[in-house]
Design a protein around this ligand. Structure first.
Ligand code: ADP
Length: 530
């Protein structure tokens, strides 16, 4: 069937068989699959984003698009071509302070809206995101490099956070406490904390922005967000759609440029009551220390060093599939990406061979080219880091089964890689790789695997592959990680808590727990009531 006749079939059958809502979902899914098959050049993608009015390069303060006050700009690059995509307003302390003042002014009215009123506006925003999935997905690929199918998917991930929280906030109740004196009545109220400063990374530039602002805005907080200077364009497009949805001026502000200056402005201002950050552990620690000045609430999603524990009794096919999905999502550039692949002796060689075969099917290339599964790394620093880690491992005895070097495409493209005979004392075992390298390390016993997995300051995600139910429980309870996947790959969801133990962070994003970082709890005691 051609695309046209398949679409006709879906539409005619869909109404009767699936109902309208499901039909929309099916068409949507189909559209995505259709879009991933098209090759296009970056220039056409830029033109399409511009035609949709989503190519924004100024900051957003109090509902107005603004240049930097001194007119400075910085360049944003396409990592797949090295070309400059845009010159974006390079803002600093003054603009950040004005954005904070706008958010503070808007808080009074935004926080007083009913949850239903806020949800209605956020639902319009959601609808616009979905309506512009194509242009937004392309914009993500342009500035971040990931295959455009992943770009489209990232829009859905971000939108799902918005949808989850605009619904979840309707179930955010207080409490009534049994009175301690006969004439007292005692209550717990939950109130929005105030202005939130959000700082987001470059790996999922659109989804991370929405993941931060959705719970905050749903509870009645106003936000100033600073996207990564490497990838501000997709977050700016989200800001444009917030305006189009009718989110009132000042509720959602965006500034970018001199990251430390903007960060310091957030930290120093007593008006900013919460800081939410996703990024490196080093910057997270600095922000935590700075937040102490004005005793802010903080939520931190920091680095990981995820173990994948593969036991002799694992299902080989399930394991390879699960590992491939989560490892090569975004070219390995996520904090939940498996970093230490711990493999039990009995299955090791069989598993390494199956994994190598799967890795050889990956296709590295430009995100808009048909069939590409792996884009470039974000920048030269990332490339050099991965080269150094692989070099160090190989110099100490690790063997390369596939990859192990830069890709012939040049720039920051790196070959998907499998290493074996990795040991704990190699740098690659203690460093977050953030790239397409699988480092396999052997173990003998379950106890040894648990010890190896927990032997890290990080505690974000851990994965277990076993067919033994008792082992699954034992190991899942014993490992010190905030997110544990058993026989599965990419497990995050807007409805599930995301966050780490130890130095991987504080607080949880997503799920009903994701509102807590943006709410104050107020104990209200009424005396002389009877
Ligand atoms: P990565 O190494 O993955 O780029 P970073 O922690 O450096 O991670 O960056 C994550 C986010 O933190 C980005 O938006 C970046 O601009 C911001 N950032 C970096 N340094 C600072 C700082 N000193 N103050 C505030 N934000 C910062």
């Amino acid at each position: 069937m051609t695309y046209g006749s398949q679409l006709l079939f879906i539409v005619s059958e869909g109404f009767s068989r699936f109902g309208f809502h499901n039909l929309l979902l099916i068409c949507h899914f189909y559209r995505q699959n259709f879009l991933i098959q098209i090759s296009m050049d970056p220039q056409s993608a830029i033109a399409q984003v511009k035609r949709a009015g989503l190519f924004r390069t100024q900051g957003l303060i109090g509902g107005k698009w603004m240049d930097a006050y001194d007119g400075k700009t910085f360049e944003v690059y396409n990592p797949a071509t090295g070309e400059v995509l845009a010159n974006v307003a390079c803002m600093g302390k003054k603009e950040a302070n004005d954005a904070i003042a706008s958010a503070h002014a808007a808080f009074t009215s935004w926080s007083k809206l009913t949850t239903a009123e806020r949800s209605k506006l956020m639902r319009k925003w959601y609808d616009l995101l979905i309506a512009h999935q194509t242009e937004l997905g392309q914009l993500i690929t342009l500035e971040q490099g990931k295959p455009v199918a992943e770009g489209y998917n990232e829009v859905l991930i971000g939108a799902s956070c918005l949808e989850f929280f605009l619904e979840e906030v309707k179930h955010c109740y207080g409490d009534i406490i049994p009175q301690t004196q006969a004439d007292r009545r005692m209550f717990v109220l939950k109130q929005p904390v105030g202005v939130v400063g959000a700082i987001t990374p470059w790996n999922l530039p659109l989804a991370m922005a929405l993941r931060k602002v959705s719970p905050a805005m749903a509870c009645g907080c106003t936000v100033v967000i600073k996207p990564s200077e490497l990838t501000p364009l997709s977050a700016l497009a989200v800001a444009e759609l917030a305006l189009q949805a009718g989110i009132p001026p000042g509720v959602f502000n965006m500034v970018m440029g001199f990251a430390p200056e903007i960060g310091d402005a957030f930290l120093a201002s007593p008006k900013v009551r919460a800081i939410t950050f996703t990024g490196s552990t080093a910057v997270g620690k600095m922000l935590l220390a700075g937040a102490a000045q004005t005793v802010k609430k903080t939520s931190m999603e920091l680095g990981g060093n995820a173990p994948s524990m593969i036991f002799d009794d694992a299902d080989l096919e399930v394991t390879v599939k699960g590992l491939m999905i989560v490892k090569f999502f975004n070219c390995g550039q996520t904090c939940i990406s498996p970093n230490r692949i711990l493999v039990q002796e009995g299955i090791h060689d069989k598993f390494a061979a199956a994994l190598t075969k799967a890795v050889q099917t990956l296709r590295v290339g430009h995100g808009f080219d048909e069939g590409v599964t792996q884009g470039p790394l974000i920048n030269q620093a990332a490339l050099h880091k991965i080269e150094a880690l692989v070099e160090d491992a190989v110099s100490q005895g690790a063997k390369v089964l596939v990859g192990g070097k830069r890709h012939s495409l040049g720039l920051t493209f790196y070959e998907p890689t499998v290493l074996v005979d990795v040991t704990s004392d190699m740098l690659i075992s203690s460093t977050e790789i953030f790239g397409p390298v699988l480092a396999l390390q052997r173990f003998k016993t379950e106890e040894e695997a648990i010890h190896l997995a927990n032997d890290s300051n990080a505690g974000l995600a851990g994965y277990i592959y076993t067919e033994n139910l008792r082992r699954c429980w034992r190991v899942a309870e014993a490992i010190e990680f905030g997110i544990v996947g058993v026989n599965d790959g990419l497990i995050p969801a807007a409805s599930a808590p995301f966050g780490g133990f130890k130095q991987s962070g504080l607080g949880r994003e997503g799920s009903k727990y994701g509102l807590d970082d943006f709410l104050e709890i107020k104990y209200l005691c009424l005396g002389n009531m009877v």
